[in-house]
Design a protein around this ligand. Structure first.
Ligand code: C2E
Ligand code: CA
Ligand code: CA
Length: 815
């Protein structure tokens, strides 16, 4: 840390010591005042709460602990008599007063036994030093590794005794640790000692564990000790170097912008100064009003908000921020007390937002902030919405794998040098359901999975092959030097197995992963990287279409399919331009009285040669080619104008329309919908939009925005095809849909097997959530009467009516 930074920290510390004195005076005054007003316990509790948080952050561990004890005593005292309160609070209060007295006086540096500010206030100024500490009891290994690393510009300090870890870190101030796991046969010694050091001090140094052994337990120990990577001996040096580089060279071209909101001025200034020292651009606010005022100008990439603030709580502030369209996607991170699970749930519900438990040590603050802003920028730059010009990264910061750009270069090179008797292929690996895993378990967990996959794959691939991260959950493998196609296939099967054998443990249990694979060989006619990558894309696209994970090899028939798709796309575009897409309406009835209650609008394509086509023939391609918004637009125009006419006669009817993923990502239909509602003076409550819950889960960030807009418009939401996706109950609660449409496969299943359990559960679930339950695909009388028994509200199906053109509806439905 530079001198000026040191000075700033010292100033903060001495200001804090002065505040401790003030807190002491304030506590004494409250304690001695006459206690006619019951508020005094609250006041003491408030101060104790603050001291608990700021004490730990400033490194006064014992003081913070005593404050916590007093806070708990206040909580316990709340319903007691005055006398009992006083006797209950007296001892923790005096203990805290003593600590305040002691800690408010500055001691000679380092003399205070309970204050390790020198350690906690240390920032990781990683940019200007490349010292590395290597702890290993094998002198030969240490010697050769330090020699190699020195060629890459690292200065390696060697230590052979793991018990000297703390001292060695203090002596050399390394920016990263490489630690052997095994010391004289104690296989976990490295991880154990690193854990001890982290608990005591825990500067956010990356730790690379190395070991001659590999087992689940060792890896778990590494993870628990905060290990960044786990590498097997003999070391793969280029990999180690690339990991080190990507771990240490993360200084972004532009400082990350962070906003802090906390009413505790001591904490705010400490966190602010600390993050500023670490190179962040920090805006601080002591109140919600302040925060909102500053937001306009500071454009933060992350906002940290204290949950407890007088006037407007952190959660409320979060909601206000979310109401502003331009701030709706800024990640929020709430700081709250560990015990407060309700509050934490509220944070989680507010957004996919996260929380960290107070008190927050500085190193933890830095790690938490760094990982989030880094991820945010990375995602933004990949979604193409980044406003920050960032230099192109060659290595992916998350997995340390090289990225697509380097792959193109490598392929071009390999193509030039390919030998005719060696096969070369590009393998595209796409993790199944990754988006959903991400949304269900959070990005943190998702990141971990990607790292694990990257790790497992690199362990399994041939030395001469390279793995790349393309984007999100897509990896690419360039493999060369195979003698026959069969051998390549075997190799790819093994690689896939390595993913499928990876078991991820989450708090919801053990999860298995699977992947879709597309393989493209560099056949003679391939002359560019682009062609080869396109072919791998086509192959993986086919694999993804299958309901089970698949390995798909590119061949020319796929290209024919591709050609067909090209012509189809062309025809669809023409159809959209010449009004070939029309609407049919399927009536929906009540289960009990068979009364018409509404319609679902369904698209048809009046194809000039092939006749009337169903959505299965055009929607998937439209979705893929980004044409859905045009269809949605036409469906809205046609069906709302028609419905307006019906609605005047039958105001109780509703109209349902279908949306797809693209409509969620870019809800440009909203404006159109609003103007049609106004134009026809329709009651918005009569308009229902159908979305599948899988789509909502797939892209919850966008979905959340859409849901809010829909509810502002006053239109209703139906969960379509219910039961076929994840049916996560917690999401169901967040989505707040008015209707639940049970997928027709469940009716069919009951019909075939007589097993009613799923059907019954879903109807009940919908009822419990106060949703109106609609059964789809009712074809038989028995099905309808069974639905009646179950208490299902409405149904649609061929039994009553198929989808029809408007004229047929008018002829058949109300005469
Ligand atoms: P969906 O939303 O589940 O629509 C219900 C589908 O079930 C319709 O198929 C309907 O004709 C069919 N169906 C209704 N009753 C029965 C029955 O008793 N038995 C059987 N076997 N089928 C029945 P359709 O019209 O072919 O639509 C298929 C899918 O295409 C729809 O599934 C929906 O996801 C999508 N789709 C249709 N129109 C649109 C649209 O305008 N926009 C969007 N984005 N998607 C649409
Ligand atoms: Ca539907
Ligand atoms: Ca449906």
């Amino acid at each position: 840390m530079s001198n000026s930074n040191n000075h700033k920290m010292e100033q903060l510390l001495s200001a804090y010591r002065e505040h401790l004195m003030l807190y002491k005076t304030e506590l004494e005054a409250i304690w001695q005042a006459d206690h006619s007003d019951a508020k005094w316990v609250q006041d003491i509790m408030g101060i104790a709460h603050k001291l608990n948080g700021s004490g730990k952050a400033y490194g006064f561990v014992e003081l913070s602990q005593l404050a916590r004890e007093l806070e708990q005593a206040c909580e316990a005292a709340q319903n007691l008599t005055q006398k009992k309160i006083i006797s209950g609070l007296s001892s923790p209060l005096y203990a805290l007063l003593n600590a305040l007295e002691r800690d408010s006086v500055a001691k000679n540096a380092g003399a205070s036994p309970n204050h390790n500010s020198a350690n906690t206030l240390q920032t990781n100024d990683i940019c200007d030093a490349v010292d590395i500490l290597l702890v290993d009891d094998d002198p030969n290994f240490s010697k050769s590794l330090s020699e190699v690393l020195s060629q890459y510009g690292y200065r390696v300090h060697c230590q052979d005794d793991i018990n000297q870890l703390d001292q060695a870190i203090a002596d050399h101030e390394p920016v990263a640790l490489i630690v052997d796991m095994d010391f004289s046969g104690k296989r976990f010694a490295g991880a154990n000692q690193v854990s001890i050091w982290r608990q005591k001090n825990g500067a956010p140094l990356p730790v690379f564990f190395v070991s001659g052994y590999d087992s689940f337990d060792l890896r778990l120990a590494s993870v628990r000790a905060g290990g960044t990577h786990y590498l097997r001996k003999p070391l793969d040096i280029p990999k180690l170097v690339s990991l080190l580089n990507s771990e240490l060279n993360l200084a972004p071209s532009e400082p990350y912008r962070v906003m802090l909101v906390d009413d505790d001025y001591d904490l705010l200034s400490l966190y602010g100064a600390f993050l500023t020292n670490a190179g962040y651009n920090v805006t601080s606010a002591t109140s919600a009003q302040d925060a909102l005022r500053l937001l306009e100008h500071s454009h933060p990439e992350l906002i940290l908000i204290d949950v407890y603030m007088p006037g407007c709580s952190g959660i409320e502030l979060g909601k206000i921020i979310r109401q502003h369209e331009e701030f709706a996607t800024i990640p929020l991170l709430f700081m709250s007390a560990a015990a407060d699970t309700d509050m934490q749930l509220a944070c989680a519900r507010l957004a996919n937002d996260e929380f960290i438990n107070k008190p927050i040590e500085l190193w933890r603050l830095l790690m938490v902030v760094k990982s989030r802003v880094k991820r945010g920028r990375y995602l933004r730059s990949h979604l193409g919405t980044s406003t920050i010009a960032e230099t192109q990264t060659v290595h992916d910061p998350l997995t340390a794998l090289p990225m697509l750009a380097s792959m193109r270069r490598d392929i071009e090179e390999a193509l030039q040098h390919r030998a005719s008797d060696n096969l070369m292929a590009v393998v595209k690996i796409d993790i199944r359901d990754f988006h959903t895993i991400n949304n269900l378990h959070g990005h943190y967990f998702g990141d971990e999975i990607l790292q694990r996959i990257a790790w497992e794959l690199t362990q399994h691939i041939n030395q001469s092959d390279t793995l790349y991260r393309e984007s999100g959950d897509e990896f690419l493998l360039l493999t060369t030097g195979h003698k026959s196609q069969i051998l390549v296939e075997q190799y790819i099967n093994d690689t896939v197995n390595s993913i499928e054998n990876t078991k991820i443990t989450s708090k919801h249990g053990i999860m298995a992963l699977s992947a879709d694979i597309g393989v493209a060989f560099a056949t003679k006619d391939i002359s560019s990287a682009g062609e080869l990558l396109d072919n791998a894309d086509i192959a993986v696209f086919k694999a993804k279409k299958s309901t089970t994970p698949e390995i798909c090899y590119f061949d020319d028939t796929l290209k024919t399919v591709q050609k067909k798709r090209f012509f189809l796309e062309h025809a669809i575009k023409k159809g959209l331009a010449t009004d070939q897409f029309v609407t049919v309406y399927q009536p929906i009835y009540t289960v009990n009285e068979n009364k018409l209650v509404g319609f679902e609008a369904l698209a048809r394509w009046q194809h000039p040669e092939k006749g009337l086509l169903c959505p299965g023939e055009f929607i998937p391609l439209m979705e893929e080619r980004g044409l859905i918004p045009l269809l949605t637009h036409q469906m809205l125009t046609q069906s709302l104008s028609q419905f307006a006419a019906w609605h005047r006669q039958h105001p109780y009817l509703f109209l349902s329309l279908n949306l797809t993923a693209k409509d969620i990502q870019k809800p440009i239909f909203l404006k159109h919908l609003a103007s049609l509602l106004a134009q026809y003076q329709l009651n918005p409550e009569r308009i229902v939009l159908e979305i599948t819950e899988s789509l909502l889960l797939f892209d919850w960030q966008h979905a959340r925005y859409l849901l809010r807009q829909l509810s502002d418009l006053g239109v209703r939401l139906a969960l379509d095809d219910f039961g076929t996706g994840y049916s996560s109950l917690s999401y169901l609660q967040r989505i707040d849909a008015a209707k639940l449409k049970i997928d027709r496969s469940f009716i069919y299943q009951w019909s075939q097997t007589g097993d009613a359990r799923l059907l019954q559960t879903m109807v009940q679930l919908g009822k419990t959530m106060n949703m109106s339950v609609i059964a789809e695909g009712v074809e038989k009388r028995e099905e309808l009467s069974f639905l009646r028994q179950l208490g299902c509200d409405q149904y649609q199906g061929f039994l009553a009516a198929k989808p029809m053109f408007a004229e047929e509806i008018e002829k058949t439905q109300w005469n």
